[in-house]
Design a protein around this ligand. Structure first.
Ligand code: KG4
Ligand code: ZN
Length: 333
């Protein structure tokens, strides 16, 4: 028996993503990004993002259908990111999803963006162990989650109290004169530098919580750079990056230990960071924890992650969303 075909729509930030899955088989993952329009502002401009989603929506949906070799009549359900994210950006995706649901006569599932970041790993590595710990690190979020069941039960254990991890990478890159978004540039520069050159602070390192703080680190780097006559960018990049990934991996493994969970998943754009992957693997091996990290194209925001979670909701027999569901910019997990 064929599992249902689910089309997922993601518009919470600057990516217009549409994915199509059957069960946990990925059939299409099409993306249009407005990042290039935001680069000169040094950050995502909500109004620019909303307009770009509006223009990209129809072509990206049609592109995904073409990529999968399908037509609208094949689709059995629509899933959409209903929050958290930029209000206006979310609204475009939610409105489109409602229209497709109504027009095609198929159920609508409004999903949580963070849970979708977790669910997507199943497209690459198969069913999620129950429970698992998930750490989501991107430009918009830094969260630790306990995931007994991604379709129905996701518990927040901690999150950043100020900047997101990716935001810290982007701001430090700016201080160092690197382009936006700066994460990949810092990653690259750091390979030529020493991670122990400068002792930058590790916020909330052993404070007993599973929360993060990166704004103090960002300020410390900016102050340090200001005070120098000349700056060796690779050393600053490597030392800053080490401070971030040291705290991230340490807290993730503290969460695994505290909840006696042996599977850790890392997702979000910062999961592409080579040092984060290496240190996470090293510390997981030492702690007897299995590590799952989706490939970079599934870590950053995309439509497949929304379709993957939608597919889980259908499989779990969850009641579809009403056609008047709101976009909820601050939706909790
Ligand atoms: O998930 P994502 O594409 O978008 C959201 O923010 O939701 O994540 C983008 C973030 C940016 O802050 C970017 O600088 C960061 O992920 N990033 C990285 C790397 N690649 C992307 N940060 C560190 N190292 C990387 N290799
Ligand atoms: Zn995201």
């Amino acid at each position: 028996k064929d599992e249902p075909l689910v089309l997922g729509i993601e518009t919470s930030c600057d990516e217009t993503g549409v994915g199509i899955v059957r069960g946990h088989t990925l059939l299409a993952n099409t993306i249009a990004s407005s990042m290039h329009e935001h680069a000169r502002f040094g950050g995502v401009v909500p109004e620019v993002a909303s307009r770009a989603h509006l223009e990209a929506m129809t072509p990206v949906v049609e592109g995904a259908l073409a990529e999968a070799g399908l037509t609208f009549s094949d689709i059995d359900a629509i899933a959409v990111t209903a929050g958290p994210g930029l209000a206006g950006a979310l609204l475009v995706g939610v409105a489109a999803a409602k229209s497709y649901s109504l027009g095609l006569g198929v159920p609508l599932y409004g999903v949580n963006h963070l849970a979708a970041h977790v669910a997507v790993d199943q497209l690459e590595h198969g069913p999620l162990p129950k429970p698992c710990i998930a750490m989501l690190v991107s430009g918009g979020h830094s969260s630790l989650l306990l995931v007994p069941d991604v379709a129905q039960d996701v518990i927040s254990l901690g999150s950043t109290v100020d900047d997101a991890a990716g935001e810290a990478f982007d701001k430090v890159a700016r201080v160092l004169g690197l382009p936006f978004p700066g994460g990949p540039y810092i990653d690259r520069a750091a390979r030529e530098g020493s991670a122990t050159a400068i002792g930058f602070p590790r916020g909330k390192m052993d404070d007993g919580t599973l929360d993060f703080s990166f704004s103090g680190l960002k300020t410390a780097v900016a102050r340090w750079v200001e005070a120098q006559e000349s700056v060796h960018v690779p050393d600053v990049a490597a030392s800053f990056q080490e401070a971030v990934v040291d705290v991230l991996t340490r807290k993730a493994l503290q969460a695994c230990k505290k909840y006696d969970v042996k599977d850790l998943l890392i997702g979000g754009g910062v999961a592409a960071n080579s040092r984060l992957r290496a240190l996470a693997q090293e510390r997981c091996d030492k702690a007897g924890v299995r590590l799952r990290v989706p490939r970079p194209g599934l870590c950053t925001d995309n439509g497949a992650m929304v379709a993957a979670l939608g597919s889980d909701l259908v499989a779990a027999g969850i009641t579809p969303s009403a056609l008047d569901i709101p976009a909820d910019s601050s939706m909790p997990v």
